[in-house]
Design a binder for this molecule. Structure first.
Ligand code: CAO
Length: 441
């Protein structure tokens, strides 16, 4: 005989009034035991309220945005089983920021809950992701759903998963984002707009500019199209913060000039000193010499020191990589920098020349400016922007003295690096550049 049971929120530790961020089923759905009915997300963890038994969803008693605490009524389930336990549901913790162990939500049931996954702290979504009305949410693990939410991807828009029994995998979500980004490239958008609504951006404005005056169309170069799509993805997917600092390079500049006189066949610019200072800083702060792996859950620490250099060419920006900078001196680096810049401008760089970087440097110092926000060259975690040095009065405790000041702008991936660490990184860079003898230590 069919019995109707109430599904309630189980023991979820000390959490109260947790918002419902996802409805995983709708009335009439046949659900299996332990299948998630709704997702709740606090600022520390995401959890599902599963069906305690197999059955048919008679009604959902919550809507998106409602808040629930332990014992809150979630759904009515019709089941053939007469002795269905009402509140024996297990909550399934799916994510908890590493430093907050209490975020691993306690479970009551005897069945072992999946291990809570650690992840970088991410802000809870401001607005619950919109769910297409009446659309069926495909099967996906809580970790995949969390991943999709972080990227703003509506899972109902992915037709079929490639996992077992058509379950959606992380790769399905990544591929969906890639498709959305490349679709945007063809629509003259800035690289992240898309017709599929994955990132929920407004469509790119379609304006007939000729209504306002004479115009001419100029196709983007191939390099600009490729780098544009990459820049747009990196800007959209990486939480960028830019840390600005100044380095006093008065002494460094005197030495650079001397070195230039001794090596007249070479152009020795401040950039080679910056490369060496970056190597020293990467050594001291290994989180910067790293990349997030494909899952976004592990940091791959690198033991080599390859630095990418953004080179401005008539066709657009390219980033060749100078390898093993820790093993090269200033003169070697100057020679190699000259060679790769020439190769870049002659369009002779191959993919191998542009891969394997640890950190990139974008120097606009030869042109001007006092600071800018460089875009991180994924999967690197930081990029150093360098502006034009200028003579400035600096208070030395007794008087203002003229000092040559170099502005530094470090953009970093805030999922990997915290602000304090970034401030230490740039302060250390400034210290190295301020006293280049330290680079020898
Ligand atoms: N402050 C003051 N002067 C600087 C300086 C700085 N930070 N950096 C370089 N200079 C000087 C150089 O010493 C050189 O002067 P001299 O000829 O008198 O020695 C002059 O500016 C030109 O330098 P350069 O730009 O040719 O050489 P570089 O080694 O500094 O840079 C390269 C090489 C390839 C990085 C550069 O040519 C380039 O392409 N920069 C643009 C990178 C870019 O577009 N970034 C933006 C990316 S985001 O769109």
């Amino acid at each position: 005989m069919a019995t109707t049971i109430e599904v309630k929120v189980p023991d979820i530790g000390n959490y109260q009034n947790i918002p419902v961020i996802e409805l995983l089923v709708k009335p009439g759905d046949v659900v299996k035991k332990d299948q998630g009915l709704v997702s709740l997300e606090s600022d520390k963890a995401t959890m599902e309220v599963p069906a305690p038994v197999a059955g048919v969803v008679k009604s959902l008693l919550v809507k998106l945005g409602d808040t629930l605490s332990e014992g809150g009524l979630v759904a009515l389930l019709e089941t053939e089983s007469a002795a269905a336990p009402v509140a024996a549901a297990t909550s399934v913790p799916v994510a908890a920021p590493a430093p907050v162990p209490t975020a691993s939500v306690a479970t009551k049931a005897s069945a072992p809950a999946p291990q809570a996954q650690t992840q970088m702290p991410v802000a809870a979504p401001q607005v619950p992701p919109t769910q297409t009305a009446g659309a069926v949410v495909p099967h996906a693990s809580p970790a995949v759903r969390l991943f999709a939410r972080e990227l703003g991807v509506d899972l109902t828009r992915i037709a079929q998963g490639s996992g077992r029994k058509n379950r959606l995998t992380k790769e399905d979500v990544q591929n969906f984002v890639k498709r959305a980004l490349s679709a945007a490239g063809g629509s003259a958008g800035p690289g992240v707009t898309n017709g599929e609504g994955g990132l929920k951006l407004l469509p790119w404005p379609q304006v007939d500019f000729s209504k306002f005056g004479a115009t001419e169309n100029k196709p983007l170069s191939r390099i600009k199209k490729i780098s544009g799509a990459n820049l747009a993805r990196n800007w959209a997917m990486i939480p960028h913060v830019t840390q600005n600092d100044d380095a006093d390079i008065t002494e460094m500049e005197a030495f650079r000039k001397k070195l230039g006189e001794e090596n007249k066949d070479l152009k020795i610019t401040p950039l080679v000193f910056l490369i060496k200072a970056c190597v020293a800083a990467l050594r001291k702060f290994p989180n910067f010499n790293a990349s997030l792996d494909g899952s976004g859950e592990q940091l791959v620490l690198k033991k080599y020191f390859n630095v990418g250099i953004a080179v401005d060419t008539p066709d657009g920006l390219v980033v060749p990589v100078i390898r093993d900078c820790d093993q090269k001196g200033l003169v070697d680096l100057a020679r190699e920098l000259g060679e790769i810049s020439a190769k870049a401008r002659d369009k002779k760089l191959g993919p191998a020349d542009m891969s394997g970087g640890c950190l990139s440097i974008s120097s606009l110092g030869g042109i001007g400016g006092t600071g800018f926000t460089p875009i991180i060259n994924a999967p690197e975690v930081a990029i150093l922007g360098v502006s034009k040095s200028a003579m400035k009065p600096v208070w030395n405790g007794k008087e203002f003295a003229p000092r040559l000041i170099l502005p530094l702008s470090l953009s970093y991936d805030h999922r990997v690096v915290d602000g304090a660490e970034a401030a230490r990184f740039t302060a250390y860079l400034a210290q190295m550049l301020g006293d280049i003898r330290r680079l020898l230590l």
